[in-house]
Ligand binder design. Sequence first.
Ligand code: ADP
Length: 403
Amino acid sequence: MSCNTTNHEFDAQTKKINQFLQKVDHKIVVMSGKGGVGKSTVATNLAVFLSNQGYQVGLLDVDVHGPSIAGLLGLTGFKLNFSGNLIQPYHYTDKLKVVSIQGLLEQPDDPLIWRGPVKIGIIRQFLADVNWGPLDFLIIDSPPGTGDEPLTVAQTVTGCQAVIVTTPQEIALADVRKSIQFCRKVNMPVLGLIENMSGFVCPTCGSLHAIFKSGGGEKTASASSIPFLGRLPIDPGVVTAGDAGQAIDSLTTHTKEEMQHVVDQMLQQLPNKQKGADVTMKIAIPLAGGKLCTHFGHCEQFAIVTVENGKIAKQETLTPPPHAPGVIPNWVADQGCTDILVGGMGEAAQAILQERGIKVTCGAPSDTPENLVALYLRGELIDSGNACGHDHDDHHGHGCGGH
Ligand code: ADP
């Protein structure tokens, strides 16, 4: 692995990263102002709880100086393997894949003494060269503070949102405010704040004691106009479970319910959190002659298919405004679409759609909207990624089947 990349290699890697990120519905970096507040515990448990709910989750540990996710999940002797040019993530379950910087160490206790550019290079490689497959969530555990690693994540992971973990003490909250400012400066939305180690669960009687003046996390969130996602108590069970490589879902205390509450609150903040049965999706498909038109920018009409509870609830056929650069992607977003299935699409159009929170799947065949949506819902419409490059939104002269 090298950070000595030329501009051309850097651009090629950026392209690979963006192709991977296109296949991830939600990218979330877990941050904290200080070390030891439970950031890795929260990141690990967010990933475990989401995967327990049926989501495909990738958990990426880029906490270079204190990678703890392998330990928290009990992955003793964790090593990353290569298959061809790709790093294989560790399959913790069929829904949860894990990659940690720990997997590159010769000995688990070896320290990593790396300068900024090397760390940046490794993080980029974990985004470009890992065989993650499509994900509903990518959860990234970054080191505390606002240094190279969170900055690299913010600058590289398009569409990334932050979850910030704090403890109730003022000294931790002061650093959290810095993390919030950091997110604002790098234009990374904050999904919310979690107050960890908030009160104490007595191991003898199981009751919760408010040993700190609590409420600081909630007040800080409210003063910064960010959502408060909930609090987790100090629970000796969390330490025992973590040391034994088990997640909070193995606990019998209320902490398990509190963690589920945090996950539910976080999901509430996310649009397009589909895949669950209770979710509505609006899928756009460019049409010509009643079938998908492979030339997105020049199609005659769009099918807009509303899916509720996993079934087509409504299907409309709408005529888009006349073609001009950027017009059609914005029009698709204005229709409230959550997903779009296309044959090919230029990068500029993809960027607009992605920015507006729409999931783009490229490489769809010329078929009817009903068949394509059925394939998509079964997870059988595989995004071809790079096939997206061949039809530019601002490209003239190509007709499609129905022109
Ligand atoms: P960070 O990533 O912020 O450095 P960790 O998640 O590694 O913090 O947690 C540090 C230690 O605190 C670990 O031993 C972990 O088990 C423990 N810990 C985290 N959250 C709790 C909690 N709610 N109750 C008790 N111990 C906790």
